[in-house]
Design a protein around this ligand. Sequence first.
Ligand code: GLC
Length: 534
Amino acid sequence: MLDTDAWWRDAVIYQVYPRSFADSDGDGMGDLPGITGRLQHLQELGIDAVWLSPFYPSPQHDAGYDVADYRGVDPRFGELGDADKLIAEAHGRGIKVIVDLVPNHTSSEHAWFQAALAAGPGSPERERYIFRSSGEEPPNSWKSVFGGSAWERLPDGDWYLHLFDVSQPDLNWDNPEVRAEFLDVLRFWLDRGVDGFRVDVAHGLVKEANLTDWTTTSTILGGLDPAGPPPPMWDQEGVHEIYQSWRRVLDEYPGGRILVAEAWVAPASRLARYVRPDEMHQAFNFPYLDAPWRPAELRAVIDETLEANDAVGATTTWVLSNHDVVRHASRLGFPVGTPRMPGIGAEDPQPDAALGLRRARAATLLMLGLPGSAYLYQGEELGLPEHTTMPDEFREDPAWERSGHAERGRDGCRVPLPWEADAPSYGFGPTDASWLPQPATWAEYALDRQQGVPGSTWELYRTALSLRREHGLGRGSVVWQEGAFAFRNGDVLVLTNFGSEAVELPSGARLLVSSEPLDGDGRIPTDVTVWAAL
Ligand code: GLC
């Protein structure tokens, strides 16, 4: 069913990373009551929904993407009642709540994996995961996304597959018990009132039956070869019937509950298969996130993704930052065309911070001018940069660990938020504890330094979100204009100046907002986006 009025078609969805949003009890780790206590700010920002990264019971080897119990709340984050309160309070403020679902793998501490270890080779308990006995050598050549072999051997001789950390065994989606379990988990959270699920590694659940060797390092973070066949562990045809069965469950509930695919699949037409009318509602637009700050590439990815989604009647999404990539305020401070890196350390080349922020603000205004649904990552509304000089001893990301420290990992984008410039931990919590260190320079980014300050990044986001709603930009369309990089969306002109010279606003256009002040002659400087009413 195509629901053209559905709330999510033009929604701005804000990603909350619970560990780092707000800490109510002073242990240095964010929690659910902390989030509830700060919802007022998200309402003031003007977003439509929050997506919460995992808060379930977990040993936290992959920051909660290693789930030990899909129906609970980790004591670090609170208890089930806190989740209920958060959902109720968010709804009271007109904010929808999307939770994270991690179906590709469980934690090795999940009761099922513990039972599989205890039951031994050949047992039905092991059939819920991907166990093989292949002697001394691993069953095939697959690599973990985080580095090293994707197989781990047990003392009893069996190997199990883990496409991520060794503590994240892959589930066997050929087993009906696994399928039934996740349908039940969906209902558990739908019954509690959540408005949807962000589906982790949505392209990975089904593996090719023979587990054929795959020689290139399998990395979802680096993208896939769009020309070749899908690798045997990604984007297999069988994933689609799983999402169709989930969709049927969601459609039983009122109010438009949604599924959002985290699927690193290319090209856009192939990704669009995840959002056909009887499957998911949205998929993250990673090609957009990856596009360099150059007009030709941006225009191409905008056209390609709009076309691919239009073809299946889906809404296109846009995203610039999340908890797995270098924050765009830093990423865009590197020379244009620098490949996306999984992290930055003190010894690496450093971004140009001022240029990065300037381009990030222009990039955000451009993104929010596009029709469809946009995803924001906590802290980008403050202009937060990556923590690029984090001492290695604080790093927790298993991708850093398993790559033998070759990759910097993702901790730099996960640092706890600054709320109050002069408070301990910048108001993240009541004490100065913070699970990752906050840079000494972050007072200037604190929310209380930006509220009511014209031109601050916070006020820019607020203005943009309110104008976006007022002018119906999320429901509009892209009509490219001649000359500069500019498109018309309804009665609004969105123009980004990628050139080296300032450009004029078209005559008769009335400026609504600009990512930086115009120059003394009222012209649009380099690396600035404007919205103007036509
Ligand atoms: C997704 C998550 C990432 C996690 C991985 C394994 O890519 O976004 O944070 O490490 O899945 O669950």
